[in-house]
Design a protein around this ligand. Structure first.
Ligand code: PLP
Length: 445
């Protein structure tokens, strides 16, 4: 019997295991040593009380003969699909109920969707990259071609080759760089896809970090100063770069707020690929309530696959329905009810208030790095700040240096070759940890 030999081609999943080992070694020397964790990409606050209440009520319903639920429609309950549609409509994006597929989160979909295509196809992924995009394709025997992010393209690579890709992966806002493509840049990808009969896998797991201009006083658009509320009633204004197209430029001196070259296109970055004309003909959007509503442990998400997406006259939508029918019996009723509650307008607002606190964390980090003159990007529409290590030291060397002061971050090389010499800092941390980490950076640099 032959097993899938592509398993041999997967690189070891060592990143977070190695981080944990090194943290344990550090703590083994002194179990009371300070530890400030800026390395995680997981949520830090419990689920909303209303979501919990829904689960309690629905669990009871499941114990009553008249109201319990058995198998559901594998693409999800219509009541949740309607909530997803309302969520999109709030951003003026019309969706057809039939195009919404409820899932247990984004990760499983990234793997499943590849079954729509033949083995050996050519896929384009950004580098650095969320490793799942690469591993799922390696396992299928597909050809992975990288487009490199670097300082000169602001870690927002575009396609500059003649290769005809079958799939393009976009993660917007990006994990790990925290950068976000603006409308014009997304139009470039959609135009490419339409021209080359290629499908875009658009991972929108972090879309909820894109805030409207005046939402909670947090401006995320290019071309206008960013405002992040610093505390109750207080708003601090900086001339920060807030767009996907340009980096925040580090400040020249301590205490100076540095002006940045701004992005050209202005406006809030798109929250969905379907804000771009023609995207329904070429893009599949994969999204999740993991970060939007703190569902990393509960599990619920959704995939949008519009009927307009045809390849060689074949509707991918129809194939995906068939694929779901053979691979899942859907997501638990209780999770779906919880997700519907989380997507209630008032609860969405409350969740976004929580996310705005994460963005305040990234702003504290970014301001400190600006003062220190350290190159970094992201963190404006994303919980992640992507920073360059000092004096060309490797990602792991810098990790070890920071850990010796108790700061845990994620070495950029774990996200691909273009990540070497960079580190990812996560805003998913307690405010005190962020402030302490910033103090450490001020010592190190
Ligand atoms: N996509 C990206 C870019 C992520 O960073 C993550 C998780 O961190 C996921 C997808 C997985 O999300 P989910 O929890 O919905 O499976």
């Amino acid at each position: 019997m032959k097993i899938n030999s592509n398993f041999d081609k997967l690189t070891d999943d060592y990143l977070f295991a190695t981080i944990n080992t090194r943290v344990q070694e550090y703590l083994s020397k002194d179990k009371n040593a300070p530890l400030f964790r800026l390395g995680i990409g997981d949520i830090i606050e419990p689920l909303q009380a209303r979501v919990i209440q829904t689960m309690v009520n629905k669990s009871r319903e499941m114990g009553v003969k008249e109201s319990f639920k058995g198998y559901c429609e594998y693409s999800g309950y219509p009541f949740l699909k309607q909530k997803v549609i309302q969520y999109y409509n709030a951003n003026n994006i019309p969706l057809d109920c039939d195009d919404v597929f409820i899932s247990d989160g984004a990760k499983s979909q990234l793997s499943l969707l590849l079954d729509l295509f033949d083995k050996g196809i050519s896929v384009c992924v950004p580098n650095p990259v969320y490793p799942v995009y690469v591993d799922t394709n390696v396992l299928k025997g597909n050809k992975v071609v990288y487009i490199d992010g670097n300082k000169s393209n602001n870690f927002l690579p575009i396609i500059e080759t003649d290769i005809n890709f079958d799939i393009i992966y976009l993660c917007n806002p990006n994990n790990p760089t925290g950068q976000v493509y603006n409308k014009a840049q997304l139009e470039h990808f959609v135009q490419y896809a339409l021209k080359n009969e290629c499908v875009i896998f658009y991972d929108a797991a972090y879309e909820a970090f894109i805030f409207d201009d005046e939402e909670f006083g947090t401006n995320t658009s290019g071309g206008t100063p960013r405002r992040v509320s610093e505390g109750i009633g207080q708003v601090k204004e900086t001339t920060d770069n807030t767009s996907g197209g340009t980096l925040r430029r580090a400040s020249e001196g301590i205490g100076q707020v540095k002006e940045t070259t701004d992005n050209t296109s202005g406006g809030t970055p798109p929250k969905s690929i379907y804000e771009i004309n023609g995207a329904k003909q070429c893009a599949i959007e994969i999204c999740s309530l993991s970060k939007t509503a703190g569902f990393t442990g509960l599990r619920c998400g959704y995939t949008i696959l519009p009927k307009q997406l045809n390849i060689g006259g074949v509707e991918l939508h129809t194939l995906f329905k068939r694929l779901l029918a053979l691979s899942t019996n859907g997501v638990s009723y209780i999770s779906q009810c919880a997700a519907a509650t989380a997507l209630d307008e008032e609860n969405v607002k409350q969740n976004r208030l929580r996310l705005s606190k994460i963005l305040q964390n990234t702003k504290i980090i970014s301001d400190a790095l600006n003062q220190l003159g350290v190159y970094h990007c992201g963190g404006v529409c994303s919980p992640y700040v992507w920073m360059q290590t000092p004096n060309g030291v490797s990602s792991w060397e810098f990790f070890d240096l920071c850990l010796s002061y108790g700061v845990v971050l994620t070495p950029g090389c774990g996200f691909g070759t273009s990540g070497e010499g960079f580190c990812r800092l996560s805003g998913f941390a307690q405010r005190e940890e962020i402030l302490q980490a910033v103090k450490v950076f001020k010592k190190i640099f």
